[in-house]
Design a protein around this ligand. Structure first.
Ligand code: NAP
Ligand code: MN
Length: 254
């Protein structure tokens, strides 16, 4: 087993990192690790997944309990012990795949969400579900999130929190324009696996922005994008005894 650590640089995270390096008898490999341990928060985990999409992940939180970073740093010796013994279970977190056509063609994978925005202009796109026209969306932009991303940006813009065990994707307008002459669904839309969301430019955009988790890409002459959930996934080491609602409560309620 070859491993790598991606860590925040605060004192506590550094100490946890040193402890792992001291105690874990695996070889370090920055280029091609089998196992990636993140130390920090969900943001740290998100960055690591984009670096090493094929690795097995373990997220240790040194701040609050996260949705991805859900091992407590205080349990570090137990974690090292089960890593050495190989005594753990693996689960899969589905990714959102997104094919984008502008002047070129690219494919991206999001763990949390993708957003499409035209700022400072209004975004106007036609939304299709499985090639059936749904509606024209006008506003700041559109966010399409994964179940595990539903507690991130999606939640801030009025999307629903989705149980991670429901394989689905969620479409939410960002500051949608609704008036007497123009109206949309105006409500988050949650779709099951096997669906495809297509957004097509309803006007000419020299420049648009696509965000994929913590990355941002400039699109030139955007034509369309297509999103699907669950074509691929990342692998994570399962935590015992934290259920989804407990995490939601600990993250958002007192
Ligand atoms: P970041 O500071 O690493 O992340 C922003 C915040 O979102 C952090 O507090 C992070 O938690 C939290 N977070 C990330 N993924 C989450 C998840 N699945 N569930 C609950 N909380 C989550 O900033 P970044 O590196 O730019 O991260 C990009 C992410 O930030 C995007 O994927 C997007 O979801 C989120 N974002 C949110 C808003 C908003 O809510 N208005 C706006 C833009 C982007 P930790 O403190 O544990 O790291
Ligand atoms: Mn935080």
């Amino acid at each position: 087993m070859r491993y790598w650590i991606m860590s925040k640089t605060d004192d506590l995270s550094k100490r946890v990192k040193e402890r792992i390096i001291e105690k874990l008898p695996f070889r370090k490999d920055k280029i091609n690790p089998d196992l990636v341990i993140t130390i920090g928060g969900d943001g740290t985990f998100l960055r690591a997944c984009h670096h090493y999409p094929n690795a097995l992940f373990l997220g240790i939180h040194t701040g609050h309990l996260g949705f991805y970073a859900n091992f407590n740093y205080k349990d570090i010796d137990k974690v090292i012990d089960f890593l050495i013994k190989g005594a753990y279970n693996i689960s899969k977190i589905p990714l959102l795949s997104c094919e984008v056509t502008d002047n070129s063609f690219n494919k991206y994978y999001a763990l949390n969400e993708i957003t499409l925005v035209a700022l400072p202009r209004t975004l106007i796109v036609d939304a299709y579900i499985n090639e059936n026209f749904l509606e024209e969306i006008r506003g700041t932009g559109v966010c399409i999130s994964t179940p595990s991303g539903s507690t991130a940006y999606n939640k801030s813009i009025g999307g629903a929190i989705i149980d991670h065990s429901i394989l689905s994707m969620q479409l939410v307008e960002i500051a949608g324009i609704n008036s007497n002459s123009f109206s949309t669904l105006g409500s988050p839309l949650v779709l099951g696996a096997d669906n495809e969301i297509t957004l097509e430019a309803a006007s000419l955009y020299k420049k648009l922005y696509l965000t994929v988790d913590n990355q941002c890409y400039e699109l030139n002459n955007f034509k369309s994008l297509k999103c699907k959930i669950g074509e691929t996934h990342i692998k994570v080491i399962k935590t015992e005894n934290i259920n989804f609602l407990d995490r939601v409560k600990r993250a958002f309620l007192k």
